[in-house]
Design a protein around this ligand. Structure first.
Ligand code: CA
Length: 220
């Protein structure tokens, strides 16, 4: 899972980046509306945190451009405290949810989890497949109740496949959703992550669909 943070206050951006990274997401940061617009339109995100007061191009304009272009990614807007008209304008412009500043980081994380869950058609907060359970609330994976230690990349591969259960996910799509933009990508490493996940979580969890990609099915 990969998230874009569009926030111009450096300290706040850093806090969001640290919290989201700790929660197992790949994170990109944009510090003005122009950059946010570009990244949102050209990269693949599972959710976007968008401050409405951005330099160069304001957040509402960026949001309207994305929605006009048909971009369906869930967007959580950050609004000024007590500004009900900002919340209304944000939602009317295509935001899926909002948090007013100043906020508790836990609230932002919970709202993002809910947006990502809904966007991928999941109803339960925990993702389960046989005896493997992924809990996005604490970035924890268990097998038969025992915690399984995963690297950040392994966790993101598993999380993406679990969120999109019962569907074939191509290697390309996985690559788009597990690395931040500045990361030196190599699509071959996806195979390595899959192999490691199979060793740690059982060979049958992730199916290879030859020529198409990978799939996790709900019932195994
Ligand atoms: Ca701002």
């Amino acid at each position: 899972m990969r998230i874009l943070i569009a926030e111009d206050e450096p300290a706040l951006s850093r806090q969001l980046e640290a919290a989201l990274t700790d929660s197992g997401y790949a994170v990109d940061c944009a510090f003005d509306g122009e950059r946010a617009d570009f990244l949102g339109a050209t990269e693949s995100y599972d959710a976007i945190v968008l401050d409405l007061g951005l330099p160069k191009v304001d957040g509402l304009t960026v949001l309207r451009r994305w929605r006009d272009a048909g971009l369906a990614v869930p967007v959580l807007v950050l609004t000024a405290r007590d500004s009900w008209h900002e919340k209304v304008r944000g939602i009317d412009s295509g935001a899926d949810d909002y948090v007013a500043k100043p906020f508790q980081m836990e609230e932002v994380l919970a709202r993002l989890r809910a947006l990502i869950r809904r966007a991928s058609g999941q109803v339960s907060p925990e993702l389960r497949c046989g005896d493997v359970v992924l809990d996005p609330r604490n970035a924890r994976v268990t097998r038969g109740g025992a915690t399984v230690k995963l690297t950040g990349h392994e966790f993101r591969v598993l999380s993406y496949l679990m969120h999109h259960r019962n569907r074939v996910v191509s290697q390309n799509e996985l690559t788009e959703h597990i690395y931040a933009q500045n990361f030196d990508r190599d699509s071959n490493t996806v195979e390595v992550f899959i192999a490691r996940l199979r060793r740690k979580l059982g060979a049958s969890l992730i199916e290879t669909v030859r020529g198409l990609g990978y799939r996790i099915e709900e019932e195994r």
